[in-house]
Design a protein. Structure first.
Length: 110
């Protein structure tokens, strides 16, 4: 398993309610990172319904969910679980770490 972490941004550049997408340095998988009330979460930036990019949708900072722009499926950003149809499968969740005032993530499936 690769333990190469991908730099996202300085912590100060991802404020509560914001999200940012990066590509994993090893696998090139798109990852969307959320700041949900000061906690950071990372999901694969790909809807499990039809492979559309989740980061094009809207981040509900009250519920902690992201709604896919294409057909309206919602996912819990903390777990990746699908919350409503038409998606039924979860999206992959990835680890996040803070180090040296920065945010890092990685595709830990590789
Ligand atoms: S592609 Fe996301 S809900 Fe259909």
């Amino acid at each position: 398993m690769s333990d190469t972490w991908t730099f996202v941004c300085p912590t100060s550049q991802l404020l509560p309610g914001e999200m940012k997408t990066v590509f994993d340095e090893v696998t090139d998988v798109p990852i969307v990172i959320f700041n949900y009330d000061g906690m950071f979460y990372a999901l694969e930036d790909r809807c499990s319904h039809e492979d559309f990019e989740l980061s094009s949708g809207s981040f509900d900072r009250t519920e902690g969910s992201i709604e896919c722009l294409l057909h309206g499926a919602r996912f819990d950003i903390r777990t990746g679980q699908a919350l409503c149809a038409p998606a039924h499968l979860p999206v992959a969740k990835f680890p996040v770490k803070h180090e040296n005032d920065g945010i890092w993530t990685r595709d830990d499936r590789s």
